[in-house]
Ligand binder design. Structure first.
Ligand code: IFM
Length: 464
């Protein structure tokens, strides 16, 4: 379990000195991707349990049944983070563990797991950051209509209140939703994520009820845990034209509209962007948006979480009748998921938020890469591509700070290899390698490099 004490030989080149003493460095995970124990202590199935059980949905028929067994190995995983010098840990809470039927009182045994996790983290000197919804909706709520129905937003606020009430005395950083774009559009439009529906109108209704649930959850958290810092995490993409001319500009407008502005605008009190409302008018009249909803969605936040992985480059579609836009590749090096590596995109997307929206502290709640890691004969895992990825993205973060952006933290995705949704266990994002047969954890070179950076940063704080 202990990380190999040898340090990655790639120097950090003084990068730590670019980050202020109170900058938060950590790692992130999510419940379904790591916990396993899918029916322990009263937990009911989530939409991802049932999605995995449907043939053909997930590569190799992989499931979250065992995942990386974190539910049983939690104390060891916290100890590993302590040894690596993590300042913070962003995890997510499984709704069907805490409120198994998606309604009614909390489940003491399920809450107990997160209660112990928070205590364990605090004892290790690691600040807990919890996401309330990282895609594992209780299946009973999906059977009742899922996110396309308004009731789900109300249920989410109730669940948020239960968590804030139980843990808010110690858990001071709460994120309502992780990447609501994915929940709405991958879950209900393309169907490549749970619950696997293909209904664009339902996806747009889902996006609204996710955002409404976010706003209502902020109210519930503020009531139960007034000292908590509350935010939402969006997956944002800088969006560039692949060529010149009106068609390209319109392709950018559409994709930026639905990926970024559809979420940023209402969260920042501007309601839904009129041009995107017009784009989707052939699908829905947005009758699900009730009076007062947009005010609730705009509940004041303490920070905005941004997840950054790559940039979108778009062109008008060569095939009229499709969604009017094609995604293009520029020939940049890619990660194992085929995403182009573009650290400047991190700079661009965060400075765009700074330029176009009211001022708010920003936290990079996810950034990382999958690569085809190999275990050497001596058991070590050298992942120079991931070291370079982290270094270059942290350099972009340092540039943001230098240019005056109010950036407060960076969480590498992910602490350890885990269940990568429809890709199953085929894509490894961890800075710690997991041998899925034995559950042995081995810090990769990237973990050792990141730990060295964190030591330098802590050294700076202590003035040593
Ligand atoms: O693994 C996911 C995570 O759950 C959400 N953000 C993107 C990661 C990599 O695909």
């Amino acid at each position: 379990m202990s990380p190999n004490p040898t340090h990655d030989s790639t120097p950090t080149n003084g990068l730590a000195g670019s980050f202020p003493a109170d900058f938060t460095f950590g790692v992130a995970t999510s419940s379904f991707q790591i916990e396993g124990a899918v029916d322990a202590d009263g937990k009911t199935p989530s939409i991802w349990d049932s999605f995995c059980a449907e043939p053909g949905r997930v590569i190799d028929g992989d499931t979250g049944e065992v995942a990386v067994d974190h539910y049983r190995r939690m104390p060891g995983d916290v100890e590993l983070m302590r040894e690596l010098g993590m300042g913070a840990y962003r995890f997510s809470i499984s709704w069907p563990r805490v409120q198994p039927h998606g309604t009614g009182p909390g489940n003491a045994a399920g809450i107990g797991f997160y209660d112990r996790l928070v205590d364990e983290l605090l004892a290790a000197g690691i600040t807990p950051w919890a996401t309330l919804y990282h895609w594992d909706l209780p299946v009973e709520l999906e059977q009742a209509g899922g996110w396309p129905v308004r009731e789900t937003a109300e249920r989410f606020a109730e669940y948020a209140g239960i968590v804030a009430e139980a843990l808010g005395d110690r858990l001071r950083h709460l994120i309502t939703l992780n990447e609501p774009w994915c929940s709405a559009f991958l879950g209900y439009a393309s169907g490549i994520h749970a619950p696997g529906r293909r209904d664009p109108a339902a996806a747009l209704a889902a996006s609204h009820h996710l955002l409404l649930g976010h706003g209502m959850a902020v109210e519930a958290i503020r009531a139960a845990a007034p000292d908590a810092q509350v935010g939402i995490t969006l997956n944002l993409y800088p969006t560039d034209p692949a060529g010149e001319g009106e068609g390209y500009a319109d392709a950018v407008r559409r994709i930026d509209g639905l990926s970024n502005r559809w979420f940023l605008d209402p969260v920042f009190g501007r309601g839904y962007p009129a041009d995107v409302v017009a784009d989707v008018a052939h699908v829905t009249d947005l009758a699900f948006v009730h009076d007062g909803d947009t005010d609730r969605i705009a509940a004041p936040l303490d920070f905005l979480g941004v997840n950054y992985y790559t940039r979108h480059v778009v062109a008008p579609s060569a095939y009229p009748g499709t969604n009017a836009v094609d995604f293009r590749f520029r020939g940049y090096p890619t990660t194992a998921t085929g995403w182009e590596i573009d650290p400047d995109g991190l700079y661009d997307v965060v400075s765009r938020v700074r330029d176009d929206y009211p001022s708010i502290p920003i936290v990079l709640t996810e950034n990382g890469a999958a690569f085809d890691d190999e275990v050497a004969d001596d058991g070590s895992v050298h992942d120079p591509d991931r070291v370079a990825f982290l270094r270059e993205h942290l350099q972009a973060a340092a540039r943001l700070l230098k240019d005056g952006v109010d950036l407060r933290g960076y969480f590498a995705w992910s602490l350890m290899d885990n269940f990568e949704w429809a890709e199953g266990y085929a894509k490894r994002f961890g800075i710690v390698h997991v041998d899925y047969a034995t559950q042995r954890r081995t810090p990769k070179s990237s973990a050792l490099w990141y730990a060295a950076l964190l030591r330098e940063h802590a050294g700076g704080i202590l003035g040593t």
